[in-house]
Design a protein around this ligand. Structure first.
Ligand code: GCU
Length: 342
């Protein structure tokens, strides 16, 4: 049954693409415009969709005679891993993907999956907004066939489940969904839990049917993705801040003129501004809605207990993956700077 579901999904993706290719004659509309396709896993009310609308408007206002931006939300072009592959091959032009999903495509992105990498939200924001440094990372993935244009916040990741989690020991033996990220699998193993990697779109049913006991994500997963209907305990243990990236096909980006690329970059920066602003608004609303309308209990815990279990992983991951060392050190410096230690 599951297998059949997958086949239908793949078929649907190809139908959607085929239809849009037919209409556009291999990337061209009749009136000569190049269709630019963006795949997004989230819904039309999510901050990232609103950010992408700003991206679309900005590009079309300036280059509307040449480009039409089409946003495909709700994983309609496939779950993130599939959509990244489609972006690599150029079947689509952009995908919004979390760095956890990118780590099997480009080693450097594993750095963001290190649990308790950032000491504070401020250090996270400072790092991500440090364009000069981030640009080095963004453009380091030529081999993978893509380049990142900008980042979006996806808040802080926390555990939520059908039963409450108060201490790291409560995780022992629990089946917790993680992203398709080897580093996140390692993290769950270090907590003594059974990691179950799967795509985002499968999580609701997996919790509902008891295939997994819980998952880990930000507050919007409870409301936007309705996980709060099936998991009633959300523990603020704050193990990761994993950004989402606007990933572009390298050939497409290289094919743009200098002026055009500049406009795409400005549009990307604007989309981040819009997203961040929306993010802060929507997280607050999501918390209230989850509490009041979905009866989700938010649990405050001693974060240090969770963190202590994860610190040995830092060294282990750094030794296993040299591509993350520079970024790791840079982020440690940022942690210190924000604390006023430097
Ligand atoms: C967040 C994040 C997505 C990611 C998802 C997941 O929603 O924004 O990029 O795919 O978590 O857990 O899979």
């Amino acid at each position: 049954m599951k297998q059949r579901g997958k086949k239908y999904t793949v078929l649907l993706i190809y139908l959607v693409l085929l239809l849009s290719f037919n209409l556009t004659g291999c990337g061209k509309l009749n009136d000569g415009k190049r269709i630019v396709r963006i795949s997004l896993g989230q819904s039309e009310t999510h901050p990232q969709y609103l950010g992408l609308l700003a991206f679309k408007d900005y590009v079309e206002e300036r280059l509307g005679d040449k480009y039409e931006i089409q946003i495909f939300p709700n994983e309609i072009l496939g779950a993130t891993q599939k959509a990244i592959e489609l972006t690599q091959t150029g079947a689509i032009d952009f995908v919004v993907a979390g760095t956890a999903n990118l780590e099997t495509f480009a080693d450097v992105y594993e750095v963001f999956s290190i649990p308790y990498l950032f000491d504070s939200e401020e250090a996270y924001l400072e790092t991500m907004q440090d364009e000069e440094y981030m640009r080095k990372i963004y453009s380091s993935t030529e081999e993978a066939g893509f380049e990142v244009l900008t980042w979006y916040s996806a808040g802080t990741r926390n555990f939520y489940a059908k039963k409450p989690i108060y201490t790291p020991d409560d995780l022992k033996g629990m089946k917790i969904r993680v992203q398709q990220s080897p580093a996140s699998v390692k993290m769950m193993q270090a907590f003594g839990a059974a990691a179950t990697p799967m795509s985002f779109g499968e999580v609701y049913t997996a919790i509902q049917q008891g295939v997994i006991d819980g998952a880990e994500n930000n507050e919007l997963a409870l409301t936007n993705n309705k996980h709060g209907e099936v998991a009633k305990y959300f523990t603020y243990n704050m193990h990761q801040m994993i950004p989402d990236m606007l990933v572009g096909n390298l050939k497409f980006l290289k094919g743009l003129s200098e002026e055009e690329l500049q406009i795409f970059k400005e549009a990307a920066a604007l989309s981040t501004e819009v997203e961040l602003e929306e993010w802060n608004k929507q997280v607050e609303k999501a918390k209230t809605m989850a509490k009041e309308e979905m009866n989700v209990e938010f649990i405050e815990v001693d974060i240090e207990q969770f963190k202590a279990k994860m610190l040995p992983l830092h060294q282990e991951m750094l030794e296993a993956n040299p591509a993350i060392v520079d970024a790791y050190q840079h982020i440690q410096e940022m942690n210190k700077k924000v604390k006023g230690e430097e």
